[in-house]
Design a binder for this molecule. Sequence first.
Ligand SMILES: Nc1nc2c(ncn2[C@@H]2O[C@H](COP(=O)(O)OP(=O)(O)OP(=O)(O)O)[C@@H](O)[C@H]2O)c(=O)[nH]1
Ligand SMILES: [Mg+2]
Length: 225
Amino acid sequence: MESNRREIEVMANLLSSNDMQADVNRAYFRKNNCLAINVIGSPGAGKTTLLEKTLPMLMLNRQVGVIEGDIFTSKDADRIAAYRVPVIQINTGGGCHLDSKMVHKVLPEFSEKGIDLLIIENVGNLVCPADFDLGESFKVIVLSIVEGDDKPAKYPVIFRNAKAVVLNKMDLEALTDVNMDNMKRDIRSINPDIKIFEVSCRKGDGLGEWTNWLNQEVANYQATK
Ligand SMILES: Nc1nc2c(ncn2[C@@H]2O[C@H](COP(=O)(O)OP(=O)(O)OP(=O)(O)O)[C@@H](O)[C@H]2O)c(=O)[nH]1
Ligand SMILES: [Mg+2]
């Protein structure tokens, strides 16, 4: 009982220290007029692929920077670097999510680059990143539809805290038993305001709508300086 209470206290302190640093990061982003988004999803949901497909369109009128969160490798940062955007890899060394201190440490790497949009790809995980504010303006979930239509109901916290969800791999819908109506109904019952995009990064379907929305979010953020 005593040790349970101590664990809860340690976790509460950790979260509150994370939140304080997240507020510092948020102030940094505001000062630099840079919209920061936190992209979250299970391993393999298609987060990096979504960035790869989105970057060429966004880069037409935005300065974009990327932070790649990963447990050990720099594979995702290497993929993103091919698009000639400033990209920094953070390895958590086993940790299942990024935290605001890790993000803060790498922010100087983006200074004086005039970044309008900083995309932070979190470690592949649909649970732990939900609790750790990085100072972003909002969270975006990438959910591969082949993961199953029960996933929003089973992992509701992340859906409650996100502004948008990208339902990816729509090209595989016919090969699975996923029920898209059930999936979208559950998402809306958790978060009625969430924006839902149905995309196929493989085929390109829905990517224009997603990119236009993100572009508009940058414009809205910069207009409310
Ligand atoms: N069929 C299909 N495959 C896709 C689609 N999007 C991504 N993939 C594939 O899914 C696999 C995983 O994609 P990634 O973008 O690496 O996934 P991720 O979410 O970044 O994974 P982690 O960083 O490891 O968490 C790759 O083989 C992609 O080619 C899609 O729309 N359709
Ligand atoms: Mg990735």
